[in-house]
Design a protein around this ligand. Sequence first.
Ligand code: ADP
Ligand code: MG
Length: 661
Amino acid sequence: MNIEQLKGIGPKNQALLHKLDINTVEDLLGYYPYRYSFINIINLNEATSTEPIYVKGTIATVPKVSYIRKNFNYLSFVATVNEKLVNVKIFNRAFLKNILTVGKAIVLLGKYDYLKNSFMASEIKFNVQDKSIEPHYHLISGLKESMLIKWVDTALAQNLNIADHVPDYYNEKYEFIAKKDAVNLIHRPRTMADIKKAKLKLIYEELFDYTFKINVLKLKNEKVLGLKHQFNREEITDFLANLTFKLTEDQVTAIEDILNDMQDEKRMNRLVLGDVGSGKTIVAIISALANYLSGYQTAFMAPTEILAKQHYETIKNYFANTNLKLLLLTGHMRAKEKQAAYAKIQNHEVDIIIGTHALINDNVVFAKLGLVVIDEQHLFGVKQRNALQEKGNVGPDVLYLSATPIPRSYALCLYGDLDLSLIKTKPHRRKEVITKVKKEKEIKDVLFKMLEEIKAGHQIFVVSPLIDESEESNLNSVKKLQEKLNTAFNNQVNISIIHGKMKQTEKDTIMNDFLAGEIKILISTTVIEVGIDIPNATMMVIFNAERFGLAALHQLRGRVGRNDLTSYCYLISDHDNARLKVMEESTDGFYISEKDFEQRGQGDLFGIKQSGDITFKLANIKNDHKILFQASQDSAQFLKSEAYLANPYYQKILDDIMFLD
Ligand code: ADP
Ligand code: MG
């Protein structure tokens, strides 16, 4: 049923809904609330001045509007609440003045100050039951929640039959409620238990669907033929013999896996999972070499320009004594340079092309693409992954590199379509980063250490995480931190800020200045560019460290200690210090992410953004990992038993993935 057919939605609002990808009534019903507020009306006597409460009353005086400045006003009036006259104030509700007539029944949300007998309200409601749950939906400009609630009510009243994608067998096995009931309850729950029941069903459905696709992809990848690379392994052995270091055991195994894949006629789809600094680059370089020896070109894709440049320099060094030709392709190149680069790629004048997304531009035509390397693969979505794979006539082999040290069980659910090589051991040469957990009041020690490092000519990363939902106040808190540090260091140290809202070019400029050593301390609001190598950075200071999962802290810490110097990581926090102590204990990412799971019953899964290839409406891969594991197992079983043959929905998914490339 098209959304146009639903009563009460005009063309303007239809356009708004289309923006949210809501085209049918079913889509609208699939637009689930993202949170709820629980309304529990209490007596004023039970109020504490710290907690927001709901109270019921009536308007006793005509509201007065006071303007403070443009777009900033407040409304004040007296209300009778539990037989008491209370002064009420609420900001920016001037428009309610004429609605709030004397004698009107209202429900107020806010805080009550007993001594002043004043109620600072944040919301005024009408027609509310004593106990109820209100859904909240993600909104866009022009779309009001009240409208959405009305439309959803109308849609629910249609009593449509909504397709249930959980196979009957599992519905019975887990005693899930019917899809239709789940949809009703997720939008209009009466109790917490309603929300729980509905979520369980809908989350399982989502994860079953996702993991079914992964399992089908896995099946497909087992069968898809690729290039059969032919090269002389001795040449690779010779190259390895000339390295200045000895490969670790896991590096050797990973290389072995990859070379076998490449020589096989099956198309390689391999993910190398290894901690930061575990030495994934050399593994990729060896595969590029094998690819070159087989007569093919390699596309080496990095998530940012800086990383692409860094890889280019590294690879150039490794191949300095060979005939291999490299090319760096970036989005910033001038049109003329780009044209020249495209020509070189098309004429096979270059063997390894290193770049960013620019590599999957339609203008890039490879003469003979044999291997695609995708660094930090979680930053690319499935669509981009496919676009690149389709570049060759017969699909090239694909190698993904990721520094997300997630437990194998997780990786199998989320990336089960890829073969896995884990690099757990680290090169011996690497020094452990000395890690200390400090309380806010011990900040002097930290500043002292910072100064010491700066004096020694080193550089420092400072991370100050998201404190508030609003971008602006975040930025303010970071700017305050910059001021504080400037004061502490007498304005003698060059300190810069980098944050998520900046344009990529701005970020690149700052990162380049940091790389060049002009900036001494870099404060970032979000996470520092994945994988960036600043060899001279020897210290990482993380404020409000309790806000990060251990795996994320580990990833951040990996930004330092990338040299022969002793490096330090200071975690500043007044909470949760027992958990943070794990960071003092170990520098093994896999160990840390396992610990994170143990302690909190959930991992941090840093880097796996719920975007791109992994988007769920309700499921949260961190919190819902038990359902994820179960659904993954069930969908694999479902596929294997061929039960999907009797299920048109899954039959179609299978056909789409297997046969329509
Ligand atoms: P990552 O896995 O984070 O991409 P890199 O590949 O950048 O790690 O390697 C980090 C550093 O370790 C590089 O300077 C690299 O030359 C060095 N390295 C890699 N393998 C070894 C090894 N087996 N022994 C010593 N150093 C190594
Ligand atoms: Mg790397």
